[in-house]
Ligand binder design. Structure first.
Ligand SMILES: [Zn+2]
Ligand SMILES: [Zn+2]
Length: 323
C-alpha cells in the first residue's frame, strides 16, 4: 500500500483509498486453521444469507467454505462430513452464524496503520458505516490526540474540569429547565452537527449541547441548548461555538435557538457579560447544608479570581469568600 500525505492538521499520515466504512469478517479456516479476512462492504451479513450465498476461499490452503463443501475432518465418519449430510448442513449453518451474527465479530481496517483489526479496536463514531466506529484504530487515535493536544497534561485536564464544575455550581439556579420534547422538535429530531436522526427514547445516543459553555458562565437556557448526538457532543465539550461549528451552522443555530449570532460567531470566548455573579454567589452561600462546602468555596473563589470578577461582588460576599 502506498502512503501519501493528506491534508490533515496533525501531519500524521493517512493511507489513501482505505474504505473505512467497510466491515470485514474474520474466520479460521476449517482445514488449515489459518486466520482469514473477507471484506464484506457497507452492510453486515445476515447469518441465513451468509449460509446461502457465501463462498469463502482460504487464502492459505484454498479450501472453500460454503454449504456445498464436504468437511475436511479425517477423524469424522465419512457419512458425517458429506455436504449432503444433516451433520454437515448443521455445521455450515453454525459456521456462518458464528462469523456474522454479532456486530462484535466484525473487523475493520484502520486508515492510519492499515491493519484490519477487530471491532473493539475502534472507538465509537455514530453514522460511520455499519459498525459505527471511527476510521482510525485506538492506537492511531491515541497518537493523533497526543499530536493535537501535546500540552494538555493530566494536571491541566484536571484544572479544566474543576473550572467547569465551579462554573456549574455558580450557575445553579440560573439554568432553565429544558423541555426535551420541544428541543427535539426545534432540531427536527436530528443531531445538529451530523444530521443523524435521533430518538428521544434512546437516552444514551443524544446529549444537550451547552452552546456557549458553562465554563464562560453561560447558563443552560432554551437559547443556549442544541441537540447533538452523544459523539458530536463529546467532541464539542467546552469549545466555544465558533471553534466547533461552521459559519453556516452558526447561522442556522442562531435561527433555531434565537441566540445572538455575533456572540456565537465571535472568534474568542467571552465571559457572559450579563451574569450577575454577586447574585449567583449569594444564592450559593445561602445553601448551607451542602457537603464539601469548604472545597467548593475554594473552587468558586479560584474561578472568580481567574475571571477577574472579584470587583463584581458585594462587600459582604467578598468578605464571606475571603477576598
Ligand atoms: Zn486453509
Ligand atoms: Zn491504526
Amino acid at each position: 500500500m502506498t502512503r501519501r500525505k493528506t491534508n490533515n492538521i496533525t501531519g500524521i499520515l493517512r493511507i489513501e483509498g482505505i474504505p473505512y466504512h467497510d466491515a470485514w469478517i474474520s474466520y479460521i479456516c476449517v482445514k488449515c486453521k489459518e486466520l482469514n479476512l473477507e471484506k464484506i462492504g457497507q452492510s453486515l451479513l445476515k447469518p441465513e444469507d451468509a449460509y446461502e450465498n457465501c463462498i469463502w476461499e482460504c487464502s492459505n490452503c484454498g479450501y472453500v467454505h460454503c454449504k456445498q463443501s464436504d468437511l475436511p475432518f479425517d477423524n469424522w465418519p465419512k457419512a458425517f462430513t458429506d455436504s449432503n449430510s444433516i451433520t454437515t448442513e448443521r455445521f455450515w449453518k453454525a459456521f456462518f452464524r458464528i462469523a456474522t451474527e454479532h456486530i462484535e465479530s466484525y473487523w475493520k481496517q484502520c486508515n492510519c496503520c492499515g491493519r484490519v483489526l477487530p471491532f473493539s479496536a475502534f472507538s465509537k463514531h455514530s453514522n460511520w458505516g455499519p459498525l459505527e466506529r471511527q476510521m482510525e484504530c485506538r492506537g492511531c487515535k491515541g497518537a493523533i490526540n497526543a499530536e493535537l493536544n501535546p500540552k494538555r497534561t493530566k494536571q491541566q485536564l484536571y484544572e479544566s474540569s474543576i473550572r467547569r464544575r465551579a462554573a456549574e455550581l455558580l450557575l445553579e439556579g440560573e439554568n432553565e429547565a429544558i423541555v426535551i420534547e420541544e428541543l427535539f422538535e426545534r432540531f427536527d429530531n436530528k443531531c445538529f452537527k451530523t444530521k443523524k436522526q435521533l430518538k428521544i427514547s434512546n437516552r444514551n445516543t443524544w446529549a444537550i449541547d451547552h452552546i456557549l459553555p458553562s465554563k464562560y458562565l453561560y447558563p443552560l437556557t432554551v437559547q443556549n441548548a442544541a441537540l447533538l448526538s452523544k459523539d458530536a457532543n463529546e467532541s464539542k465539550r467546552d469549545k466555544w461555538p465558533s471553534e466547533f461549528y461552521t459559519n453556516n451552522e452558526l447561522i442556522d443555530l442562531a435561527k433555531i435557538t434565537g441566540a445572538n449570532l455575533d456572540l456565537l460567531a465571535s472568534k474568542k470566548p467571552k465571559i457572559n457579560p450579563n451574569i450577575d455573579v454577586d447574585a449567583c454567589v449569594s444564592r450559593f452561600l445561602s445553601v448551607r447544608e451542602r457537603s464539601n462546602l469548604k472545597k467548593r468555596l475554594s473552587e468558586l473563589k479560584k474561578l472568580i479570581l481567574s475571571y477577574n470578577l472579584v470587583e463584581n461582588l458585594s462587600p459582604e460576599n467578598k468578605k464571606l469568600l475571603g477576598f
